[in-house]
Design a protein around this ligand. Structure first.
Ligand SMILES: Nc1ncnc2c1ncn2[C@@H]1O[C@H](COP(=O)(O)OP(=O)(O)OP(=O)(O)O)[C@@H](O)[C@H]1O
Length: 704
């Protein structure tokens, strides 16, 4: 279902509730009684630890977002703000909040949050104030300037739909970086790569540089000031890991096919890789005792200096499959210890499509390089550019980066590419599709970047549509090797997949029913749009289900907070757009729910791969809407069948009735539905549904 329909569903709520906000706003005002009428009894406010509180603290109009600077006051404020934020209770029908005191608190909380936000260090710097606000709630939520004036923008917001938020509305830090407001048009503003983060010209001496300025522009809106907290430095934290699951040993039964000439033989054990002692120690400390199939094949290939395109199921250890041999090479070649330099020339460059993923890869690189002189650095959008530069100039052997930030830093001449020996594209099909492909092409034509003959290029993903494989050839030496572990584009078999027929208007009810049954087990709920993510997250919190959300309209600080709250179990439900579909490795995610199915089958495979990782089992439940998802029936049946899952009869019927000639149904029973395109076979993902072919509805996400 499109956004339109969905908005139509909530519009009635909007129309009935906006006036209430208006009333509160004008009758109480920021200096009004409501502000002072915060409930005195914590029991009135705190069901808790309140689920709503969790949610709000996690970044949704959290106390912090409301400019909550005083730790001593934080609880009270959080609660207040939370409820305030959930003044939304009214707008959503106020289910469960019949207590009038609560409703008082509700509006007072709102105003308190509003005021706090505006009184913060950065008060006034973000006129949209949005910073004290829960973004969806335009109707008066923290919109105003300190003097409560309405401005045209505010009016637009008020009429723009309760959840039809425009990006700038999200905010809530009020803690010094209010100037990050997304009201800016700079690169942090969510523009999906290539749209408005950077426009890169195709010619001229500095054609690789950011033309629009992106983050570096002084004229493109407020600067981003967020500096992510440094990760813990103690050894225990560095090597913290989760246990492999009961199906880890079953990986051995997965068939692997290697194509290309003169492939080195696979190794069976870490010892056979002949890595140096420090690396072996780190592998042991990471809890790795046995290689996964993709590691068995990729490690010797990379050690042999060959280019590689590797496709293996989600959660099967692709990150270590490239990091370990690269580090082994570096150690063997005698890497020069990093030292301060204005221009750093890393030996290894790893790019990935999302900020969270690139950060995760960095943490893995830091773990495996522990105790060596190799220094890994991570840079990504949504954070202060100066911070990225400071990280780099201190020394950089392995640079983990999102494309936008990378190009910015290259443009600033802080990174030279001359020494690049290893170029890794993780989630390579995503990195080469319509969204990031042009930028990757720019990257390899940047001055100094060694030609493909001179560098080793490695590509990894769980999905590799045929046409993307063809594009990839431009990046790889002609004799690259192709490793297919199991089915290219296939789903992980450790994920039990269920597809339910649920119409758009029954989805919320069904979701709540499922989540109540699930209890506190960690669950990711995928929706198709950013505003829907906000809406569903808010709705769940109202249903007293601790929820947070991650999507491209949230500040990076909020994204990280949300992920942190989800990881630690504080908020066991994470509502996400596809920005969280790929690569994220979060312990104990037992369930994935596709509230909305994605538009492509590849995306489906990645999404459900957030559970059932590393031999653990997981469950995925997908709501199939007959109005909008029929195009997915055919590839879905194939993915289910290949993963030996039950296929509902109704789904098969739809698949049959929407049969697309050319879809390789005959490959259904094959072990390799898709193989190295150099063999000329057709791919699983060529049924018109691969991500490169279908415009991604979240392509306006601020992924990197
Ligand atoms: N040989 C191993 N032994 C034990 N654990 C491993 C091994 N290899 C990888 N892991 C762990 O398995 C988890 C999944 O690995 P990783 O994130 O690299 O998977 P992936 O294949 O890249 O998944 P995705 O396709 O979702 O990106 C990680 O927690 C990682 O530390």
């Amino acid at each position: 279902m499109g956004d339109e329909d969905w908005e139509a569903e909530i519009n009635p709520h909007m129309s009935s509730y906006v006036p209430i906000f208006e009333k509160d706003r004008y009758s109480s005002g920021e200096n009004g009684d409501n502000f002072n009428r915060t409930p005195t009894s914590s029991s009135e406010m705190d069901d808790g630890p309140s689920r709503r509180d969790h949610f709000m603290k996690s970044g949704f109009a959290s106390g912090r977002n409301f400019g909550n600077r005083d730790a001593g006051e934080s609880n009270k404020r959080d609660n207040t703000s939370t409820m305030g934020g959930f003044g939304v209770g009214k707008s959503f029908g106020n289910r469960g909040f019949s207590n009038s005191k609560f409703e008082d608190g509700d509006s007072s909380g709102f105003w308190r949050g509003y005021r706090d936000g505006n009184n913060s260090e950065a008060s006034g710097t973000s006129r949209r104030g949005g910073r004290g606000s829960f973004r969806g709630c335009r109707g008066g939520f923290g919109l105003g300037s300190p003097n409560n004036d309405l401005d045209p923008d505010e009016c637009m917001q008020r009429t723009g739909g309760l959840f039809g938020s425009r990006r700038p509305a999200l905010s809530g830090t009020g803690n010094g970086d209010t100037s990050q407001s997304r009201s800016g048009s700079g690169s942090e503003r969510g523009g999906y790569k290539g749209l408005n983060e950077e426009v890169i010209t195709g010619s001229g001496k500095n054609s690789w540089k950011s033309e629009a300025g992106g983050e570096s522009s002084d004229t493109q809106g407020p600067k981003v000031t967020y500096i992510p907290p440094p990760p813990p430095e103690d050894e225990d934290s560095i090597f913290a890991h989760y246990q492999t699951g009961i199906n880890f040993d079953k990986y051995d039964t997965i068939l692997v096919e290697v194509s290309g000439h003169d492939a080195p033989p696979a190794i069976l054990t870490f010892e056979e890789a002949n890595l140096c002692q420090t690396l072996n120690n780190n592998i042991a400390k990471a809890g790795y005792t046995k290689l996964t199939p993709v590691q068995k094949y990729s490690i010797p290939i990379i050690l042999a200096g060959r280019d590689l395109m590797a496709c293996a199921q989600t959660g099967s250890g692709k990150t270590a499959a490239f990091l370990l041999p690269i580090l082994a090479h570096m150690m063997h070649d005698g890497i020069t210890a990093s030292r301060f330099k204005e221009l750093q020339e890393p030996e290894c460059l790893i790019v990935a499509p999302t900020r969270e993923l690139v950060n995760q890869i960095y943490l893995e690189a830091r773990k495996f390089s522990f105790g060596t002189c190799v220094r890994a650095v991570v840079i990504y959008g949504g954070t202060q550019l100066g911070h990225s530069i400071r990280q780099i100039v201190q020394g950089c052997n392995i640079l983990c980066a999102t494309p936008g930030r990378l190009m910015d830093i290259i443009g600033k001449e802080k990174i030279g590419l001359k020494q690049i020996k290893y170029l890794v594209l993780d989630e390579a099909d995503r990195m080469l599709d319509m969204g990031f492909g042009p930028e990757m092409k720019k990257l390899i034509s940047c001055p100094g970047m060694p030609s493909k003959e001179q560098r080793q290029t490695l590509m990894f993903s769980a999905t590799f549509p045929e046409e993307i494989q063809r594009l990839a050839a431009e990046f790889l030496k002609s004799n690259y090797l192709f490793v297919a572990v199991g089915q290219v584009g296939g789903a992980c078999r450790d994920v039990q997949q269920t597809v339910l027929q649920v119409g758009q208007f029954s989805k919320r009810e069904k979701l709540v029913e499922i989540l109540r049954n699930i209890g506190d087990e960690r669950t990711m709920v995928f929706v198709e749009t950013k505003k829907k993510a906000d809406f569903i997250a808010t709705f769940l919190c109202q249903e007293k289900i601790s929820t947070t959300s991650i999507h491209g309209d949230r500040e990076q600080r909020e994204r990280e907070q949300a992920l942190g709250d989800f990881r630690c179990g504080k908020c066991p439900v994470l509502v996400a757009t596809s920005v969280a579909a790929r690569g994220l490795d979060i312990e104990n995610v037992q369930h994935v729910i596709n509230f909305d199915l994605p538009s492509t089958i590849d995306e489906y495979v990645h999404r459900i791969g957030r559970t059932g990782r590393c031999g653990n089992t997981g469950r995925a439940i997908s709501f199939f809407d007959l109005e909008s998802d029929n195009h997915l029936a055919q590839p879905l049946v194939k993915v289910l069948t290949d993963a030996q899952q039950d296929v509902p009869a109704w789904l098969e019927e739809i698949a049959f009735s929407t049969y697309i000639p050319g879809f390789s149904g005959s490959t259904r029973g094959n072990v390799f539905a898709s193989v190295d395109t150099r063999k000329g076979k057709s791919s699983l993902n060529t049924a018109g549904f691969s991500s490169s072919q279908v415009p991604n509805p979240v392509d306006d996400e601020s992924w990197d």
